[in-house]
Design a protein around this ligand. Structure first.
Ligand code: UDX
Length: 489
């Protein structure tokens, strides 16, 4: 007896933060556009922040359904009190997510009759609870790296880095020693210890965050399949092989780009922003000359001292360049940001300050000519894909690696000299002015703009039919479809 094939069903589980929910939602839409049924699991906290009103997720699901895209949203409590800082208390947050496995099993079991049988669990990196989930349900687990391939290789090889003495890192000594790391797989460029994630900058291995990272790293290696939000042309076709431990490891990014280029059939945009986007800034951008505006944003997590924010403000002012600056309500170490006296009046229409921007629309706006960024991977990849050169101001996690690659390997970025010696040094207003002018007015900025235009073209080609990421996604979807079909034989 032949049975009717049912669509493959992917359960997609992001780590509950902006930098993971964004790419995984784009990925979910890509899968749905290829005929998958997708269950997207948020925490209640995340769901309330991104969908704003109760039942909105059901409404979005219905809109997607009308376009032939099947994505249902499920949510579960993260076990933390409502007023918990979440990503601002990252260690506790990780600990809370690590306990979510059993609740996820129950959630999927209790809603099993609403969906086809599950084919695979796709989780962003650092959601070790999904290993438990996949094991309990006897399903393959796909790890989706929200970092570039080289950073993912670093995270996946913590044990080796520890054994060879590269971590934990004493930053001062590491800088003096200039010990290049060439033992990592995947033919990635030699790394400096200071390129490694900041979680390893601790005094000894007993440090709880260090231990947590080691544990998460081990669990990532227990994947059955690996996907990366990067594209082969960026780090070389061999890089991703460094992530394979006998299973496929495929770069399929930038995952936001097909939807952005409207190369998928969906026109429903699924909101994922944790803060309300200020759309008026797009009108403001309209009033500015081509490539004249510096976009300034530090992503969703990192914070800065008030003193540094003041120097930045005064440097932007002194640069005389138009700027659009995202000042997240919690950027100033949780306190309300107070800008230098008279700053807003003096800046007038030349500068615009918002709490949260529609970043993709901003970066793709013809008036934007540079991005002062913390080099979070999403921001970096978005800037590359939309052709905007960067001034790097990495602060945390794997941002130092991204910043260095932008400057030295892809030659699409610059940085602040004072931070090369000491990333905690206060960047003076004079230095901000100098670097911003170099990016926006000088020959160096022009050169970087040319280089990034080439990478933009490569990213676009990668996600279009026949491109490397498109083919890799084809391979993943056909492998999972074959698995789904075999479930019915
Ligand atoms: C975190 C880590 O900081 C980063 O190092 C890691 O690579 C991913 O996780 P985050 O700080 O949120 O990420 O930065 P980033 O990866 O750049 O993601 C921010 C996302 O928010 C981007 O997709 C960006 O488009 C979006 N964004 C940011 C907005 O939509 N509006 C804004 O105003 C700012």
């Amino acid at each position: 007896m032949t049975s009717i094939p049912r669509p493959p069903h992917a359960v997609v589980v992001p780590f509950p933060s902006q930098g993971h929910v964004n790419p995984l939602m784009h990925f979910a839409k890509l899968l749905a556009a290829r005929g998958f049924f997708v269950t997207f699991i948020n925490t209640d906290w995340m769901e309330q922040r991104i969908f704003k009103t109760p039942n909105d997720s059901a409404a979005v699901s219905n809109q997607l359904q009308e376009q032939g895209l099947q994505i249902r949203f499920l949510a579960l409590p993260d076990g933390l009190p409502p007023d918990h800082g979440r990503v601002q208390a990252i260690y506790e947050y990780f600990q809370a997510t690590q306990k979510l496995g059993p609740a996820m099993v129950r959630l999927l079991q209790s809603t099993a009759n609403e969906a086809p049988p599950i084919t695979c669990i796709v989780s962003s990196c650092f959601m070790s609870c999904t290993h438990q989930l996949a094991t309990s349900l006897v399903l393959p687990r796909v790890v989706f790296w929200t970092f570039c391939t080289s950073a993912a290789i670093v995270f996946a090889n913590c044990r080796m880095l520890l054994e060879k003495g590269y971590i934990p890192i004493n930053v001062k000594e590491a800088r003096r020693a200039e010990n290049l790391i060439t033992c990592l797989p995947g033919m990635i460029p030699p790394l400096r210890q200071t390129d490694l994630p900041t979680a390893f900058r601790v005094e000894d291995t007993a440090d709880s965050t260090f231990q947590l990272m080691m544990y998460e790293s081990e669990i990532q290696n227990k994947a059955d399949y690996v996907l990366i939000n990067a594209f082969e042309e960026l780090e070389g076709p061999e890089a991703a092989e460094g992530l394979s431990k006998g299973y496929p490891a495929l770069p399929i990014g930038p995952v936001f780009l097909p939807d952005f280029l409207q190369a998928t059939k969906s026109s429903v945009s699924v909101a994922t922003s944790l803060w309300e986007e200020d759309l008026d800034c797009l009108q403001w951008l309209q009033t500015k000359a081509p490539s004249s505006v510096l976009y300034v944003s530090f992503g969703s997590i990192v914070v800065m001292s008030m003193e540094q924010l003041h120097e930045l403000a005064l440097g932007l002012e002194a640069s005389e360049q138009p700027f659009l600056w995202v000042l997240r309500p919690d950027i100033s170490e949780g306190k309300a940001t107070v800008l230098p006296e008279g700053f807003r009046e003096r800046i007038g229409e030349r500068g615009r300050i918002v709490q949260w921007a529609p970043q993709l629309k901003v970066l793709s706006h013809p008036s934007v000519g540079g991005f002062l960024t913390h080099n979070g991977w999403n921001s970096t990849l978005e800037s590359i894909s939309l052709g905007v050169p960067m001034i790097g101001w990495p602060l945390w996690a794997e941002q130092f690696l991204n910043g260095r690659f932008c400057k030295e390997i892809w030659r699409i970025g610059m940085d602040f000299e004072s931070r090369v010696e000491d990333e905690n040094a206060l960047v003076s207003r004079e230095e901000v002015e100098k670097v911003v002018r170099a990016m926006m007015e000088g020959p160096q900025g022009k050169e970087l703009r040319k280089n990034v235009a080439r990478l933009k073209e490569a990213a676009t080609k990668a996600v279009m039919p026949g491109g490397s990421s498109y083919r890799n996604l084809d391979k993943f979807t056909s492998d999972m479809t074959a698995r789904a079909n075999s479930q019915f034989e």
